[in-house]
Ligand binder design. Structure first.
Ligand code: ADP
Ligand code: ASP
Ligand code: MG
Length: 424
C-alpha cells in the first residue's frame, strides 16, 4: 500500500462543483488501494478577498489577527471537502494546521515550519480514513497562536506532511497540466516539462514562477520528497520535480540548455546615489537594509566617477518591503554619507534558468541579443550558475518573456491550456 499526499490549490476547489470533482478524485486514489492525505487551499480567490477586506477595515492590519482571518479560508474548504467525501461513502476527517501538528516559529504571515507531529493524521489513516489538512497554516508553541506560512504556503503544508509521513509521492494539483517552460498565461506557446530538478525549480520559483512555492521546493529538496505537479482537471501525467540525487546528468545531454523562463512584477529597485567609494560603505548600507529584515535580490554597483570618488549602488527587493527599507535608509542618510535615494517600482525581472548553462557558453549573449533585437533595454543583470536575470521596464516584461522563449527554441506547436483560476 502506498501513501500519497495530494494538494489541491484554490482554483481546483473554487466552488461546490469543483469540490465534488476533487472529492471524486481523492476517493478514486483511495479505492486504488492507497492511503491518502490531502492538503487543501482556500476556495478560489478567498485569501485575496480576505486580505482586501482587512485593508478596508484598517490600512495596516495586525499581523496576529490577519493570520486568524486568513486561516479561515482553508477551514472552509477542508470541511466541505471532508463532507463531500463522506457523502460518497468514504471516511474522511478534516484537521486544522495545529491539529495536524504543523508547528512553526512565531513569524506571522511568513512562519517557518520547525516541527511536524502528525499524530492525528496517522491515527486517521490507521483507522482507514482519508485525512484532509488545512494548508498554509500552523501553530506556534510559545505564543500558542495560529500562524500562516506565506502566500502559496499550502504547497509547503503538503510537502511537510509528505516528508513527516514518509509518503511515496507528493502530488500538487493545480489549474495547469504541470510546470511549463514559462507561465502559460503569459507565453501561450509554453511547453510542459516532463521533469526538472528541484534546483532548477527553486530558481524558477525564486524568479516568479508561482506554480510552486519556493519554500515548498526547498523543503522537498532537503527531505528528498519527489513532487508531481499536475492538473486536477484531467488525468494527464504532469511534471516531476526531482530532488538532486535522482537527477542523472547523463540522461540530460539531449535536453535544451534552457529549462524555462520566468518573470516577476512584484519587485522594485532602490538606488543609493552618491555613495563614497571607500571600503566599508557597502557593508554599512546593506547592514541598514538587513536590519529591516527585507529580502534583497540583485545588487549593482557602478564604477565611481574619478572626479568625485562617488558611486551609485542599486538593488532590487519585493515592493511590499520598499517602504520600510526607504524609511530606514532615509533615517541613516547623514551617518552613511550618501547623497540621495531613488525608488522605482515600475520594473520587471526576467530570468532564464537551466542546469545546462553550466556547460554551455554564450547563453548571456543569446539572451541579450534577443532583447536588443526587440528594442528592450536591460537595466540590471545578475547571474548564478544556472540562471541569468535581467531587469526591464515593467510594461515590457511580458513581451520580453515571449521573445526570449522563442529565441531559446522553447516554443511548442500547440497553445498551452489553462483550466481555471483567475491568475490572481
Ligand atoms: P494553485 O491555486 O493551484 O496553488 P497557483 O495560482 O499558485 O495555483 O499556481 C498555478 C499558476 O502558476 C498557473 O495558473 C500559472 O499561471 C502560474 N505559473 C507561473 N509560472 C508557471 C510555469 N512555469 N509553469 C506552470 N504554471 C506557471
Ligand atoms: N490560500 C493561501 C494563498 O492563497 C495558500 C495557498 O493557496 O497555497 O496564498
Ligand atoms: Mg499556489
Amino acid at each position: 500500500m502506498s501513501l500519497i499526499v495530494q494538494k489541491f490549490g484554490g482554483s481546483s476547489v473554487a466552488d461546490a462543483e469543483s469540490i465534488k470533482r476533487v472529492a471524486k478524485r481523492i476517493v478514486e486514489t483511495r479505492k486504488a488501494g492507497n492511503d491518502v492525505v490531502v492538503a487543501v487551499s482556500a476556495m478560489g480567490d478567498t485569501t485575496d478577498e480576505l486580505i482586501d477586506l482587512a485593508h478596508e477595515v484598517t490600512p495596516i492590519p495586525d499581523a496576529r489577527e490577519m493570520d486568524m482571518l486568513l486561516t479561515t479560508g482553508e477551514r472552509i474548504s477542508m470541511a466541505l471537502l471532508a463532507m463531500a467525501i463522506k457523502s460518497m461513502g468514504h471516511d474522511a476527517r478534516s484537521y486544522t494546521g495545529s491539529q495536524a501538528g504543523m508547528i512553526t516559529d512565531d513569524r506571522h504571515g511568513s512562519a517557518r515550519i520547525v516541527d511536524v507531529t502528525p499524530g492525528r493524521v496517522r491515527e486517521a489513516l490507521d483507522e482507514g480514513a482519508i485525512a484532509i489538512v488545512a494548508g498554509f497554516q500552523g501553530f506556534n508553541r510559545t505564543s500558542k497562536d495560529i500562524t500562516t506560512l506565506g502566500r502559496g504556503g499550502s504547497d509547503t503544508t503538503a510537502v511537510a506532511l509528505a516528508a513527516a509521513l514518509g509518503a511515496d509521492v507528493c502530488e500538487i494539483y493545480t489549474d495547469v497540466d504541470g510546470v511549463f517552460t514559462a507561465d502559460p498565461r503569459v507565453v501561450p506557446q509554453a511547453r510542459k516539462l516532463e521533469r526538472l530538478t528541484s534546483e532548477e525549480m527553486l530558481e524558477l520559483a525564486a524568479a516568479g514562477a508561482k506554480v510552486l512555492y519556493i519554500r515548498a521546493v526547498e523543503y522537498a529538496r532537503r527531505h528528498g520528497v519527489t513532487l508531481h505537479v499536475r492538473s486536477s482537471f484531467n488525468n494527464n501525467e504532469g511534471t516531476l520535480v526531482l530532488p538532486a540525487e535522482h537527477d542523472q546528468e547523463g540522461d540530460r545531454v539531449e535536453e535544451p540548455i534552457i529549462t524555462g523562463v520566468a518573470g516577476d512584477l512584484n519587485e522594485a529597485k532602490v538606488t543609493v546615489v552618491g555613495v563614497p567609494d571607500v571600503p566599508g560603505k557597502a557593508a554599512e548600507i546593506f547592514t541598514i537594509v538587513a536590519k529591516t529584515g527585507a529580502n534583497i535580490d540583485m545588487i549593482v554597483q557602478n564604477v565611481s566617477a574619478a572626479a568625485t570618488g562617488l558611486t551609485d549602488i542599486s538593488f532590487t527587493l519585493p515592493k511590499a518591503e520598499g517602504e520600510k527599507v526607504m524609511t530606514a535608509l532615509t533615517v541613516e542618510k547623514e551617518a552613511a554619507g550618501f547623497e540621495s535615494l531613488q525608488y522605482d517600482d515600475q520594473i520587471g525581472k526576467l530570468a532564464v534558468v537551466g542546469a545546462g548553462m553550466r556547460t554551455s557558453a554564450g547563453v548571456s549573449a543569446q539572451l541579450f541579443t534577443a532583447l536588443s533585437e526587440a528594442g528592450i533595454n536591460i537595466e540590471m543583470i545578475s547571474t548564478s550558475e544556472i540562471r541569468i536575470s535581467v531587469v526591464t521596464r515593467a510594461d515590457q516584461l511580458q513581451h520580453a518573456m515571449r521573445i526570449v522563449h522563442t529565441a531559446f527554441g522553447l516554443d511548442a506547436d500547440e497553445v498551452a491550456v489553462v483550466h481555471g483560476g483567475t491568475g490572481r
